[in-house]
Ligand binder design. Structure first.
Ligand SMILES: Cc1cc2nc3c(=O)[nH]c(=O)nc-3n(C[C@H](O)[C@H](O)[C@H](O)COP(=O)(O)OP(=O)(O)OC[C@H]3O[C@@H](n4cnc5c(N)ncnc54)[C@H](O)[C@@H]3O)c2cc1C
Length: 623
C-alpha cells in the first residue's frame, strides 16, 4: 500500500496503555509535538487484569512516578474506590499502598487528560512499521497507509504485539478484552534487529455480583486512615467499596487436576513464558500440590457495574471447566460468568538491547517502554513510559539524559535489572529487588526525586519549594528531639509501661525514647512542652528517621560505595575481546551489554569479581 504523508511530530508513541500515556504526557509537557497512537481509543488506560493500582513494591513506583511529575498517582486518587496499606504490621520499608480502581472511571480520566493536553494528539490507528534511515528513526506507518514523520518513536505495545488469546482449545489472534491484536509491527521490528521473544500472562473470570453469596466470605474493608498515592492530592479520600475473601478447596483442585490434559498450559499450546509471581490457578495446583486451599479475593471492577474480578483464579482452562471449578468455591456456587478467564501470549523485546534511558542501542531515537520491555504490571509500565518520554525529549532538546540509578529509586532498580541482567520471564517489581529498601520507602519518594523532576522540567518550582520546606521541617524536628530531654516521672513511666518499655530513672532524650520499639512520636506529646505543631507527613518522616537512624546511616554508606563503582565509567567502544585475562563468558556478556560503568559491569550475570579486577587493571594501564 502506498503511504500518504499524514503529518509530522517530534515524538510518536505507539500504545496508549500505562507506559504510552506517561511517555506521551511527559514528552508533550516538555514541549515536544507528540502523537499518541492506539489500536482502539476505548483501550486507553485499560486495566485488563486486576482493577487495582499499587501493591508490594508497586506502590513505591507510583509514588516515585508522582514525585517526578507523572500522572498515575493523581489518576489513582481520582478513580480509586478502596484503599489498603499492605504490610502495615512490618517496617516502613515494605509498607505498600494498594487501591481498588473503578476501571471505567480510570480510563475516562486518563483519556480526558490526554485529550486536553497541549502539544499532544491522540489517534486511533494501528502502527505497522517504524521507518529508519542510517540507523535513526524517521517515522511510523499505519495500517491505513498513513505515514507520520517523527524524530523519536516510543514502542509501548503492551500485551498486543502479535498477541493470541487462549482459552482451552480456543486459540485466536486478539488483544486483551476482545481488542484487535497488533499485526505487522513485530515483523518490522525484527527486521530492524530487535530480539523479540514470546511471553504470556493470564487473567481470571469476571462474574455478576447478584450471583454471589457474600455470607460465605470474609469481608475485606478498606483502611480507616487513607494515605493518597499522589503527594499532590489535597482532597479527602474515602472507601466507597469493599472486597471479599474466599478460598478454593480440595473439590476445586480435583476438577482442575482431572482436566490438566485439556489445559493449554500443560498440553503444549502455550509456549510463552509466564510471570512466576502471578501464576494461574492450574499452575498453583501443580506447583503447590500440598496446599489444600488457595486465597481468592473478590474485587469490584467499579461503582457503576456489577462486574466482579476473582483475584487468584487466573486460568486458561476451557470455559466449561472454569464454570465447574467456580461452583465448588464458597459463595460462588451460582456464579454467573460475564467474562471467561484467558491467557494471552505476545511478543516483547529482550531489554538488554536498551540503554538506561530506554533508548535502543540498535536504532537511534527508538525507545521501548512497559510490557514491551519484558515487565508485567501497570506500575512497572508507567514508570518506564515516563523515563522514555523524558529522555526522548531531553535528547531532542540536546540536553543530558535522565538516568535513574539503583541508589536513587525503585525505578532505577527496575531499569538497571532490565538493561543489565535482562529477564527470562515477565519482570515484576518487589521490595526485595532493592538493596536500599529502607532508604527507598514510599513515604520519602518526594525527597528523593522531586528535584530531578524539577530539573527535567516536569515539576514546578512551587512544588519543589513545598518539598524542600517539608524536609527542612523534618530535619529541624529531628535535631530538636536529639537536643531535648524530659525528666523521668510516673506519668512518663506509665506510658513506657503501656508500651512494654523499661521505665526511666532520671531524664531521657526525646529521640532516645522515640527510638524505643513501640514508642511513637504521638506517645511523647504529653511530655514534650515545646513541641511545634507539624503536619502528619512531617511527623511520619521524623519518626522513621529517628527510629531507623542507625540502619539508614548504614545504607547511606552502602550507597556511597555503590556510587564509587558507578563513577568508574567504561568507554563505550571498549574492545572486550582484546582484553587479556578476561574469561570468554565475560567477554561475550560485556560485549553484548556494553556496560556504562564498572558498577554496572559487576552486576552482569556471568561477570565475576576476577573479571572486574582485570578490567580495573586494564583501565588503569590505559589511563
Ligand atoms: C490478560 C492479562 C492479564 C494480565 N495479568 C497481569 C498480572 O497478573 N499482573 C500484572 O502485574 N499485570 C498483568 N497484566 C499486565 C498489565 O496489563 C500490563 O502490564 C500493563 O497493562 C502494561 O501496560 P503497557 O502500557 O505496557 O501496555 P498495555 O496496557 O497493554 O497497552 C498497550 C497499548 O498499545 C496499543 N498498541 C499495541 N500495538 C499497537 C500498534 N501496533 N499500533 C498502535 N497501538 C498499539 C494498544 O492499543 C494499547 O493501547 C495482564 C494483562 C493482560 C492483558
Amino acid at each position: 500500500m502506498n503511504a500518504y504523508h499524514a503529518g509530522s511530530c517530534d515524538v510518536a508513541v505507539i500504545g496508549a496503555g500505562h507506559a504510552g500515556i506517561e511517555a506521551a504526557l511527559a514528552a508533550a509537557r516538555l514541549g515536544q509535538k507528540t502523537i499518541l497512537f492506539t489500536i482502539n481509543l476505548d483501550s486507553v488506560g485499560n486495566l485488563p487484569c486486576n482493577p487495582a493500582i499499587g501493591g508490594t513494591g508497586k506502590g513505591h513506583l507510583v509514588r516515585e512516578l508522582d514525585a517526578l511529575g507523572g500522572q498515575m498517582g493523581l489518576a489513582a486518587d481520582a478513580c480509586c474506590i478502596q484503599y489498603r496499606m499492605l504490610n502495615r504490621g512490618k517496617g516502613p520499608a515494605v509498607h505498600s499502598l494498594r487501591a481498588q480502581a473503578d476501571r471505567r472511571a480510570y480510563q475516562n480520566y486518563m483519556k480526558h487528560i490526554l485529550e486536553q493536553t497541549p502539544n499532544l494528539e491522540l489517534k486511533q490507528a494501528m502502527i505497522t512499521d517504524v521507518s529508519v534511515e542510517n540507523g535513526r528513526v524517521t517515522g511510523v506507518d499505519t495500517m491505513l497507509g498513513a505515514h507520520y514523520d517523527s524524530k523519536a518513536v516510543i514502542i509501548a505495545t503492551g500485551t498486543y504485539l502479535d498477541s493470541t488469546v487462549i482459552t482451552g482449545e480456543s486459540v485466536y489472534s486478539s488483544g486483551p478484552d476482545g481488542m484487535h491484536a497488533s499485526v505487522g509491527l513485530a515483523e518490522n521490528l525484527r527486521k530492524l534487529g530487535l530480539p523479540l521473544r514470546r511471553f504470556k500472562t493470564g487473567t481470571p473470570p469476571r462474574i455478576n455480583r447478584r450471583s454471589v453469596d457474600f455470607s460465605k466470605m470474609e469481608l475485606q474493608p478498606g483502611d480507616a486512615h487513607i494515605e493518597p498515592f499522589s503527594f499532590r492530592t489535597d482532597h479527602v479520600l474515602e472507601n466507597r467499596a469493599v472486597c471479599y475473601l474466599t478460598y478454593t478447596n480440595e473439590r476445586t483442585h480435583e476438577i482442575i487436576r482431572e482436566n490438566l490434559d485439556r489445559s493449554p498450559m500443560y498440553d503444549g499450546t502455550i509456549s510463552g513464558v509466564g510471570p512466576r509471581y502471578c501464576p494461574s490457578i492450574e499452575t498453583k495446583i501443580v506447583r503447590f500440590a500440598e496446599k489444600n486451599r488457595h486465597q481468592l479475593f473478590i474485587e469490584p471492577c467499579g461503582l457503576d457495574t456489577e462486574e466482579l474480578y476473582i483475584q487468584g483464579l487466573s486460568s486458561s482452562l476451557p470455559e466449561d471447566v472454569q464454570i465447574r471449578m467456580m461452583q465448588t468455591i464458597p459463595g460462588l456456587e451460582h456464579a454467573e460468568m460475564m467474562r471467561p478467564a484467558y491467557a494471552i501470549e505476545y511478543e516483547c523485546v529482550d531489554p538488554t538491547v536498551l540503554l538506561p534511558t530506554m533508548e535502543t542501542k540498535l536504532v537511534a531515537g527508538l525507545y521501548g517502554a512497559g510490557q514491551f520491555n519484558g515487565t508485567s504490571g501497570y506500575e512497572e509500565a508507567a514508570v518506564q513510559g515516563l523515563v522514555a518520554g523524558i529522555n526522548a525529549s531531553l535528547k531532542l532538546q540536546g540536553r543530558d539524559p535522565m538516568i535513574l540509578t539503583r541508589d536513587t529509586s525503585y525505578i532505577g532498580t527496575l531499569i538497571d535489572d532490565l538493561v543489565t541482567k535482562g529477564t527470562e520471564e515477565p519482570y515484576r517489581i518487589m521490595t526485595s529487588r532493592s538493596e536500599y529498601r529502607l532508604l527507598h520507602r514510599q513515604d520519602n519518594a518526594d525527597e528523593r526525586l522531586t528535584r530531578i523532576g524539577f530539573e527535567v522540567g516536569l515539576v514546578s518550582e512551587e512544588r519543589l519549594r513545598q518539598v524542600e520546606e517539608k524536609y527542612e521541617a523534618v530535619r529541624r524536628e529531628c535535631s530538636r528531639l536529639e537536643r531535648s530531654g524530659v525528666p523521668g516521672n510516673d506519668r512518663l513511666n506509665a506510658m513506657l509501661e503501656r508500651r512494654e518499655s523499661t521505665p526511666v530513672t532520671s531524664s531521657a532524650r526525646l529521640a532516645d525514647l522515640l527510638r524505643r520499639p513501640k514508642v511513637t512520636y504521638d506517645d511523647l506529646a504529653p511530655f514534650d512542652e515545646s513541641r511545634p505543631s507539624l503536619p502528619a507527613d512531617v511527623t511520619q518522616e521524623v519518626e522513621i528517621q529517628v527510629k531507623y537512624a542507625g540502619y539508614l546511616a548504614r545504607q547511606e554508606k552502602q550507597v556511597q560505595e555503590f556510587k564509587q563503582a558507578e563513577s568508574k565509567r567504561l568507554p563505550e567502544d571498549l574492545a572486550y575481546d582484546s582484553i587479556a585475562g578476561l574469561r570468554l563468558e565475560a567477554r561475550q556478556k560485556l560485549g553484548k551489554i556494553r556496560p556504562l560503568s564498572i558498577g554496572q559491569a559487576s552486576r552482569i550475570s556471568g561477570v565475576s569479581p576476577a573479571d572486574i579486577a582485570v578490567l580495573l587493571i586494564y583501565l588503569e594501564q590505559r589511563r
